[in-house]
Design a protein around this ligand. Structure first.
Ligand code: MLT
Length: 404
């Protein structure tokens, strides 16, 4: 008789964004006349930039001719894309990352969920609280966590690092030493950022304690302040302790196209074992690469025209972020984020819980956001709005909230 992986049974409810989608669909079916504005999941709304569309068309045509047809992609991804990444994302920032330290994938969500596979289940993870749920849920599935306390909404055997208004939503070094530290900056969900000096403290801490940092930099393109690092490899010693996850979803609108990459420097080792070789083994065995046409689209992101068009797109979303931030501040809400990130983090008014505010906003303003408690216990009474809507919808949503 077969047995299931009963770690899955420990997971409470469904994935956060699935729960939200179900609630919103139920409301919309009951009230088909209402115009719902969705600022919940961080999904982009602007079309792909013209340079990316051109690259896709060109690559599709190549696939239609025997001489230029492409089958399986190389394990690590095409050299043309890995070189463009190295030049633009690393060398241009003074970071010495080699093309063969980049692993192309179909997105940072999969990588952030899969990366834990190369570590022992005995490792203890530390996560920011609130946190992107994928990091914790995938460790639960792997059996790396203990049991769930539904009252406190925490897992045993997980180190939670509270990120609250008091510490400007930046985690403090934990009292108990973790083996694996998940960091995401600019942060999802709080929209906070940390300076290079603050990140250097984490790198020094990891190198001192022998921990590995899994650094999710999916939102780096939204950084507007000088002293905020775009990659962890700007910090000294990071190549010996950090894996970096990157995405094309938020910087270039690829949520429906799917492309990302993971950086594992060769010098990142556990004793004599290189994590690079473990991930290469895993990647080669379980993955057949992002499609050629998508990798060509990714290359176009780094072309001069692509860069200019994408800059405009990010400015568009950041104009929304500013509108939400200032509009809600003006209406008396306690709001943060939105400066180096497309996420705005606000305190639910009048002592409401996160889900109470979710329901209140859906019913009274027909605006969808994400309840902060869905990201962890320290997110309770907070709420996340995204700047990824259209400008018109963003303005209307803020006006509706202001009128409540
Ligand atoms: C979010 O809303 O937190 C993100 O869209 C989730 C993701 O990128 O997977």
């Amino acid at each position: 008789m077969f047995k299931i992986n009963d770690n899955y049974l420990k997971l409470p409810g469904s994935y956060l964004f699935s729960t939200i989608a179900k609630k919103v669909n139920a409301y919309s079916q009951a009230h088909p006349e209402k115009k719902i504005i969705r600022l919940g999941i961080g999904d982009v709304t602007q079309p792909l930039a013209p340079s990316i569309i051109d690259a896709l068309h060109h690559a599709v045509d190549e696939m239609g001719k025997a001489e230029t047809f492409h089958g399986y992609a190389p394990d690590l991804g095409y050299e043309f894309l890995r070189r463009a990444i190295v030049e633009n994302d690393y060398k241009a920032r003074g970071c010495d990352i080699a093309a063969d330290e980049i692993f192309i994938s179909d997105g940072a969500k999969c990588d952030s969920g899969n990366i834990q596979e190369i570590f022992s289940t005995d490792n203890k993870i530390a996560v920011c609280d609130p946190v992107y749920p994928v990091y914790v849920d995938t460790n639960v599935m792997a059996g790396r966590t203990g049991t769930y306390d539904a009252g406190k909404e925490v897992w045993s055997d997980v180190i939670y690092m509270p990120c609250l208004a008091d510490n400007h939503f930046a985690p403090e070094l934990p009292k108990e030493t973790p083996d694996i530290i998940y960091l995401c900056f600019p942060n999802n969900p709080t929209g906070s950022a940390i300076t290079k000096a603050q990140l250097q403290e984490w790198v020094d801490y990891a190198n001192k304690t022998g921990a590995v940092i899994i650094y999710d930099a999916a939102y780096e393109a939204y950084i507007s302040q000088e002293d905020v690092p775009h990659t962890i490899y700007e910090c000294e010693g990071a190549k010996a302790c950090a894996i970096e996850l990157r995405s094309f979803s938020k910087n270039a609108g690829f949520t429906g196209v799917r492309l990302g990459f993971t950086v594992i420097p060769r010098e990142l080792k556990c004793g004599e074992v290189s994590l690079h070789s473990l991930w290469a083994r895993r990647h080669g065995t379980k993955y057949n690469g992002a499609p050629y046409i998508v990798q060509r689209a990714g290359e176009a992101v780094y072309s001069p025209d692509g860069k200019a068009q994408i800059k405009e797109q990010i400015a568009y979303y950041m104009k929304n972020a500013k509108y939400i931030l200032e509009g809600l501040k003006d209406a008396g809400y306690a709001v943060s984020g939105g400066v180096n990130s497309p996420y705005i983090w606000l305190k639910a008014p009048n002592g409401m819980t996160s889900w109470e505010f979710f329901d209140y906003l859906l019913e009274n303003a027909n605006v969808v956001g994400t309840p902060g408690s869905g990201f962890g216990p320290s997110g309770e009474t907070y709420f996340r709005l995204t700047a990824f809507g259209s400008y018109e919808n963003t303005v209307e949503a803020v006006e509706r909230i202001r009128k409540l």
